[in-house]
Design a protein around this ligand. Structure first.
Ligand code: ATP
Length: 611
């Protein structure tokens, strides 16, 4: 594993970037609304009602104290009914405050869960539309990882923005009373709190920059976690005794994470404590002033409790609003990462009036000087390919490792578009065809096909998932790929769970998995079938049988076969020999042997090995 450069926090964001990030908020709220209009509405309503309660409680408190003082100072006995009514009202308000608070928290958490599910689905849906080469790009993965992180915890932003509004309203209510008393005191509070706000803002910036720069490392940690503890990796990790190496790498990376984060957390906490003292000083300054005013008889005891209470709450609220402001703008910046992912557009797409796949194909697939280079690669994986795959023809691709065989079939299925030249189907560029229809009519089984940890029948149905309940078709496909005998031997038959990851799963041999995978090719009525070496693990007899059936069953349809076994390759109508991505030869087995070129050389080499 290449040693990574040390973490380098990206530069902190400019004010413009912060403000620009706030523009994501409306889109975010739209998404929250989409999550659940009912919960969102209930949340807003409850918060609004709750914002008036603190002032009401303080005011009732003032009335209570004034009433107590009055009763205390009068010598004649007076009924206490009014006082107890006030106490009962305050009690009721306190209960309401608590009940509203809990209801809001409950709704927040339900909304949060729903939001997280909705956004995860959206990410998966969007990822499904993107191109293969986008998945082969580390920068893309970083973006996807950052977007994925936003699916959890982002609803905190919602409650923060709503709390912000709620607190503003409460402040408005509280300020009305205080303004009448002395507006300067509010200013004093604001000045005392400002440093805390600026400090928070600064540290949030640093944290964001660090988190963002750590994305690739976080992905590497995930990967190491998977390598160190997964059924797919356990065998090799044990045999090569890699666990020490993997754990060591994990520890180094996670320690570095810890240390880098620790520095910011410590600094933030020290400065936070200092700023809190400043805030307290402002509050106590105002408090002393109010006490002095009471002693000198300018205000009543009830007013003292009302004002002191208002101030205490105001300080808390102002502090909350200011620190939350930075978190909200921070959250908006994280949102930028989320929405950025959705801005990634696939390049491989079709036009509005795309053509449907021809049935039957008339002239076939024609390569016109096709060349292809993978993203970020200097080398041509395919170059100067010019040939026609005729309707009904069986074409075998032959060539050494890395000669470009798989790349060629990926171009046929438009997993990539040619870098130069073009591929025509019945005379029209592949790009003019409806992408879904094209892919549906081309069935490919790759050499690195997936071994789904699902049931036997689902593994086959993966070839045409719309037919997952069509048992007849599934059994027929299994019979055609020789997988049916296998199903009969399994305890659960077609409903047998495959792989070891889930309960009562059964592991298959490499060749058995291949037979299951090949059955996928028969699940759809594809016009072009491609087998890219999915038979390498079959014994020679099984491969021969599989291919014999394949050519028989696909009669009338075109097929491309990739195999390193010449006993199989010779069954094809024509053989295309690739060398370093270019066409070396094309012709039938007999023609190419007679030519005594590259094909004859490879064929004789293998024949010698069997002697
Ligand atoms: N996703 C990819 N990104 C970048 N380069 C790739 C990618 N896939 C293949 N290549 C490169 O393209 C070249 C052709 O690869 P390809 O898989 O088409 O060969 P192949 O003939 O199918 O080989 P094999 O017989 O080993 O399966 C190789 O040099 C390989 O390194």
């Amino acid at each position: 594993m290449k040693e990574r450069p040390p973490f380098k926090p990206s530069p902190t964001l400019t004010l413009n970037e912060r403000l620009a990030a706030l523009r994501n908020l409306p889109a975010f709220f739209k998404l929250v609304w989409e999550t659940s209009p009912l919960l969102t509405l209930a949340n807003i309503l409850l918060r609004f009602l709750r914002s008036a309660l603190p002032l009401l409680i303080l005011y009732v408190g003032k009335l209570i104290i004034d009433q107590v003082v009055l009763l205390h100072n009068t010598t004649t006995a007076k009924p206490h009914d009014y006082l107890w009514q006030l106490v009962a009202i305050e009690f009721g308000l306190a209960i309401l405050t608590d009940a509203f608070g809990r209801a809001v928290a409950l709704i927040d958490s339900m909304l949060g869960d729903k939001f997280s599910n909705l956004t995860s689905v959206k990410i998966m849906e969007h990822a499904a539309t993107l191109d293969l080469d986008q998945f082969e790009d580390a920068v893309f993965y970083d973006k996807m990882e950052r977007a994925r992180q936003q699916t959890v915890g982002r609803t905190v932003l919602l409650s923060q923005v709503l709390s912000q509004v709620q607190d503003f309203i409460t402040i408005g209510f509280l300020s009305v009373g205080l303004m009448a008393f002395n507006p300067w005191l509010i200013l004093l509070l604001l000045v005392a709190i400002l440093p805390a706000f600026l400090g928070e803002s600064y540290f949030n910036d640093r944290t964001y920059a660090l988190t963002r720069s750590q994305t690739p490392q976080r992905r590497e940690l995930d990967y190491l976690r998977y390598l160190g503890a997964s059924d797919e990796t356990a065998k090799e990790v044990k045999i090569f005794d890699l666990s020490g190496f993997i754990i060591g790498r994990f520890k180094t990376l996670s320690d570095k994470f810890y240390n880098d984060n620790k520095q910011i957390v410590i600094k933030r906490s020290v400065w936070g404590a200092f700023f809190a003292v400043l805030g307290s000083a402002g509050y106590y300054g105002a408090y002393v002033y109010i006490i002095a005013q009471t002693i000198s008889g300018h205000i009543s005891l009830g007013q003292l409790t009302f004002l002191a209470g208002s101030f205490r709450q105001l300080r808390g609220l102002l502090e909350g609003i200011l620190t939350r402001f930075t978190t909200v703008s921070q959250g908006a910046i994280y949102l930028r990462d989320f929405f950025e992912f959705f801005e990634i557009e696939p390049k491989i797409r079709h036009t509005a009036n795309a053509r449907l796949f021809p049935n039957p194909v008339k002239t076939g697939f024609t390569f016109e000087d096709v060349g292809f280079r993978y993203i970020h690669s200097e080398r041509w994986a395919n170059r100067h390919l010019s040939f026609t795959l005729h309707p009904g023809e069986k074409l075998a691709l032959v060539g050494e490792n890395g000669a470009g065989k798989t790349t060629l079939v990926k171009l046929l299925a438009r997993l990539y578009d040619p870098t130069e030249g073009r591929i025509l189907l019945d005379g029209y560029d592949l790009k003019e065809y409806d992408l879904n229809d094209l892919r549906f009519n081309i069935g490919i089984i790759f050499q690195d096909y997936l071994r789904y940890q699902m049931t036997f029948s689902q593994n086959i149905a993966a070839g045409n998932i719309n037919q997952k309940d069509n048992n007849e078709l599934i059994v027929k496909s299994a019979q055609q790929s020789l997988a049916d005998d296998l199903a009969k031997k399994l305890p659960g038959g077609y409903e047998q769970m495959l792989g070891k990851r889930f309960f009562e799963g059964v592991e298959l041999s490499g060749g058995e998995w291949q037979k299951v995978a090949i059955a996928r090719a028969y699940m759809r009525d594809a016009q072009l079938l491609i087998l890219d070496e999915p038979t390498s693990a079959l014994d020679a007899r099984a491969e021969f049988e599989v291919f014999e059936r394949f050519t028989e069953l696909t009669r009338g349809r075109s097929a491309v076969l990739i195999s390193h076994r010449f006993s199989t390759v010779r069954m094809a109508d024509r053989i295309l020999v690739l060398e370093k991505g270019e066409m070396a030869e094309i012709g039938s087995h007999e023609e190419l042997l007679a030519k005594n070129g590259k094909y004859a050389e490879l064929f004789n080499l293998q024949a010698m090995g069997y002697q």
